[in-house]
Design a protein around this ligand. Structure first.
Ligand SMILES: [Zn+2]
Length: 287
């Protein structure tokens, strides 16, 4: 269920319990019929049929009262600002110029990687997490070349940790509902891909998280499974990245019109399907 609807539901239930229900019960006792006592301006009481209130309102003391908006429950109905899509490019190993689109870190998000919550504990001295960050927003010359110059640029963060360290799902900033497993198996080595719906700019958008180079996925994990915050995703390893034991964590925003439920892993990286995004735009901040 959508959190906003849940809040409205809880609000309604509370309103019903504390205000509406006792009066209704009293009226039932008196007349044998479900009715609501409503005050009259004169001070005397008339008994009316249970009011049917228009959408967005609920019955209270014989009147239809507007539902509180999300703001009054402490939730931001607009969500996060939308990150801008920016055109970039770099020279591939072949020498060819490759143009791509990416979503750089928004100005309202801290640059310091250690201000964010990650799916594994810090694995570097001083409680640091990230050994290699997102660089697709940097000029070509400053992008990572990778070992043996095979790879150019880095669309995620690399989080070193001991082999076998459990990886637990993080609920993303402004995420609506649970995440859904999109893929378990080969991708960047052994990987798990999850889909998360986020509220951004007053609308809902789907993002895919890639957990790459795993030693293995959590037992029984399968496509379509819903994962709550803290659920076990898998274990840190070096599949597809021999001897560099780390978690590659990458975030991609699905383009408008892409159906996240039908999306297959083989299409996730295609340019018309998703746009790579600085993970700092979606990871939650540490308390
Ligand atoms: Zn990486």
């Amino acid at each position: 269920m959508d959190r906003r609807r849940l809040h409205v539901g809880v609000g309604l239930a509370l309103a019903f319990l504390v205000g509406f229900a006792p009066r209704a019960r009293l009226a039932v006792a008196a007349s044998g019929k479900a009715t609501v006592a409503a005050p009259k301006p004169s001070g005397s009481t008339i008994v009316t049929e249970t009011p049917t209130c228009p959408p967005g309102t609920f019955p209270d003391d014989g009147a239809c009262v507007s539902l509180p908006d999300d703001q009054s429950f402490g939730e931001d109905p607009v969500g996060a600002p939308e990150g801008d899509i920016v055109a970039m490019g770099h020279f591939e190993k072949s020498g060819a110029w490759a143009a791509y689109e990416q979503i750089p870190r928004r100005p309202d998000r801290p640059a310091d990687y250690d201000r964010y919550v990650y799916p594994i504990p810090p694995g570097l001295p001083g409680g640091k997490h990230v050994i290699s960050g997102y660089d697709l927003d940097l000029p070509d010359a400053l992008q990572r070349r990778g070992r043996k110059l095979r790879a150019v640029g880095h669309g995620g963060v690399d989080l070193p940790q001991k082999r076998g360290t459990p990886i637990h799902l993080v609920k993303l900033e402004h995420q609506v509902g649970d995440a859904v497993v999109l893929h378990v198996g080969t991708f960047f080595g052994t990987s798990v891909l999850t889909r998360h719906t986020l509220r951004e700019g007053g609308r809902e958008r789907d993002y895919v998280l890639i957990f790459g180079h795993l030693e293995g996925p959590a037992a029984g994990l399968a496509r379509g499974q819903r994962l709550a915050e803290g659920a076990l995703v898998g274990y840190v390893g070096d599949t597809g990245s021999p001897e560099l034991v780390h978690l590659h964590l990458e975030a991609r925003r699905l383009r408008d019109g892409v159906d996240g439920e039908k999306l297959v892993a083989g299409r996730v990286l295609q340019k018309d399907v998703s746009i790579v995004c600085d993970p700092r735009n979606v990871l939650p901040l540490r308390p």
